[in-house]
Design a binder for this molecule. Sequence first.
Ligand SMILES: *[C@@H]1O[C@H](CO)[C@@H](O)[C@H](O)[C@H]1NC(C)=O
Ligand SMILES: *[C@@H]1O[C@H](CO)[C@@H](O)[C@H](O)[C@H]1NC(C)=O
Ligand SMILES: *[C@@H]1O[C@H](CO)[C@@H](O)[C@H](O)[C@H]1NC(C)=O
Ligand SMILES: *[C@@H]1O[C@H](CO)[C@@H](O)[C@H](O)[C@H]1NC(C)=O
Length: 262
Amino acid sequence: MKKQPQQHSSRGCQEPRPHVAPSAGAGPGQGGAWRRRRPLSLLPFLSLRDYGFCMAALLLFCLGSLFYQLNGGPPHFLLDLRHYLGNSTYLDDHGPPPRKVLPFPSQVVYNRVGKCGSRTVVLLLRILSERHGFNLVTSDIHNKTRLTKNEQMELIKNISTAEQPYLFTRHVHFLNFSRFGGEQPVYINIIRDPVNRFLSNYFFRRFGDWRGEQNHMIRTPTMRQEERYLDINVCILENYPECSNPRLFYIIPYFCGQHPRC
Ligand SMILES: *[C@@H]1O[C@H](CO)[C@@H](O)[C@H](O)[C@H]1NC(C)=O
Ligand SMILES: *[C@@H]1O[C@H](CO)[C@@H](O)[C@H](O)[C@H]1NC(C)=O
Ligand SMILES: *[C@@H]1O[C@H](CO)[C@@H](O)[C@H](O)[C@H]1NC(C)=O
Ligand SMILES: *[C@@H]1O[C@H](CO)[C@@H](O)[C@H](O)[C@H]1NC(C)=O
């Protein structure tokens, strides 16, 4: 008793096959007919009846659409349905779409560690800011990396009010924005091999980097000629204060923060 319905349905499945099978297994005599019906073989899972049904539905839809436009509006029963369902829109039911998440942070601080190529980076950032339309804010203060509490608050307020997306740069120790109730920006920085950095600083203090004339004069105006032309090897081997002072490796405080211990 249980097997019979199964047999029935399996026969039902096999039934459409004869429509397709003869053309697929066509002998040489039926070659012409096979070629004519070839477009159908693009959809091998559809029988001719299914195909006809699809086309009829499409035709009906086209006629309906035409009728709709000629009649100058939707049919009455659709309006009635609409009235029945009420005037709520998708937005009413689902709320506004979630805010678009930018693929990059809109608040960035580059608290540039000195003598690590930061001037070159800022030049590049200047070009990028023009190309991508972000707000590059560079500070003119280069000799003050440690701030009092009031100065921190003032600077944080100043940075936070910059037009977003912004990128602020200054030689300054890490600032904790959340400590003063601000939104913590993303920090970026670049550091350099300490020995290279030491070399760079040694010569920069004496001769500048040719990007600003008289740069060395501004930095070390009182340096005597013998000192300016002092061989760096002599400076190191003979333990000159400039070359034995660990403060030359001044990198950590930029990441440590404004605490006196930093
Ligand atoms: C839908 O809006 C139409 C006109 O805007 C108004 O006449 C109709 O009463 C509203 N229907 C409901 C269910 O709010
Ligand atoms: C920083 O440089 C300015 C001049 O450019 C000077 O007036 C100021 O005293 C300097 N500040 C410190 C902390 O060295
Ligand atoms: C804050 O910003 C204004 C204008 O952008 C500037 O004049 C001022 O010097 C800034 N103050 C600090 C502490 O950076
Ligand atoms: C910033 O300050 C807050 C509150 O003082 C503290 O909880 C948080 O750990 C600090 N963040 C950093 C990165 O130091």
